[in-house]
Design a protein around this ligand. Structure first.
Ligand code: C2E
Ligand code: MG
Ligand code: MG
Ligand code: MG
Length: 290
């Protein structure tokens, strides 16, 4: 199948590209169906305080229950949705579903912590504050119950506009978190320009704690800076007690990671809070208390 004069390596590469394009198209059309067929759901991953060990929040994370392939991770379909623009419909669904769940918990007289929803940069247009306000009003969700997470990629496009939109959201009483901090291209200078109350240190810098000197230095620098800016600091992807102890000693406020819990279905999260599950956060020799 190698044509005369054509490098096999190049042909191989283009076939691989072709495969990827096909896969992409398949995911796109199946994802459209998924929305209509109610194959999407939200999981919730607790955030725990490094002072009290208590659950003080949760992040809503999108899951796709595919009829054949089972639970598909957002790492697979979010990039496709971003590229095709389908992320706008997905994003609206996520906001709606999170607010519906918050309202359901409230109606059941359950005291639940604030829930954070991820926003894609593509959702950031001038209509966003009104869209969010409409959904919140429909479910009578107070702004203290909802947080919005966004990544640094947002900050590099159309800065003025983005700041204005963020300010509107903050004026509505919502708090904003900067997700995956340290992985994007934005600089520290951005940080003080944006009305962000929480900084989430990316898992990439947590992995090496406390043994990798570079990761320790980066984590320490991020925490120190965030403290100066009076921002809350959440460490993502914390899996070990050693990582937790190090972060706690740095003065990091909250932890989110498998050490405490993976993302779980709403009913499991509800049960976890009902049972008062806590993380033991005392000193270096701390152990996980259930
Ligand atoms: P993210 O917003 O940074 O979410 C944190 C991710 O880290 C989640 O992956 C979570 O399961 C994972 N994680 C948390 N703790 C640990 C840990 O201790 N170890 C490891 N290995 N992983 C951990 P998930 O759920 O697969 O989501 C991946 C990304 O997909 C999210 O990263 C977010 O960027 C995107 N995403 C998920 N749901 C939505 C959504 O509703 N809207 C948008 N726009 N993006 C979403
Ligand atoms: Mg997030
Ligand atoms: Mg993150
Ligand atoms: Mg991440």
């Amino acid at each position: 199948r190698v044509m005369p004069g054509q490098a096999p390596a190049l042909l191989f590469y283009s076939e691989e590209m072709n495969q990827r394009a096909k896969e992409h198209l398949r995911i796109e059309s199946e994802l459209r169906q998924a929305l209509a067929n109610k194959e999407l759901l939200l999981y919730y991953q607790p955030k725990v305080s490094l002072r009290s060990g208590r659950v003080v929040g949760a992040e809503a994370l999108l899951r796709w229950r595919h009829p054949v392939r089972g639970l598909v991770s957002p790492g697979v379909f979010i990039p496709v949705a971003e590229e095709t623009g389908l992320i706008l419909d997905l994003g609206n669904w996520v906001l709606e579903e999170a607010c519906r769940q918050i309202a359901a918990w409230r109606d059941a007289n359950l005291m639940m912590p604030p829930i954070a929803v991820n926003l894609s940069a593509r959702q950031f247009d001038n209509q966003l504050p009104q869209r969010v306000a409409d959904v919140m009003a429909r479910h009578q969700v107070p702004p203290e119950q909802l947080m919005l997470e966004m990544t640094e990629s947002l900050l590099v496009r159309g800065a003025d506009n983005v700041i204005a939109i963020m300010n509107k959201l903050v004026a509505m009483g919502l708090s904003l978190a900067l997700d995956d901090f340290g992985t994007g291209y934005s600089s520290l200078a951005y940080l003080k320009k944006f009305p962000i109350s929480t900084l989430k240190i990316d898992r990439a810098f947590v992995i090496g704690l406390p043994f990798e000197e570079n990761d320790c230095a980066i984590a320490r620098a991020i925490v120190t800076m965030a403290k100066q800016l009076r921002q809350e600091i959440v460490a993502e992807g914390v899996e070990t007690i050693e990582q937790m102890s190090f972060l706690r000693e740095l003065g990091c406020d909250q932890l989110q990671g498998y050490l405490f819990s993976q993302p779980i279905p709403a009913a499991d999260f509800e049960r976890m809070l009902g049972e008062g599950k806590r993380l033991a956060v005392t000193g270096r020799q701390s152990t996980l208390a259930l």
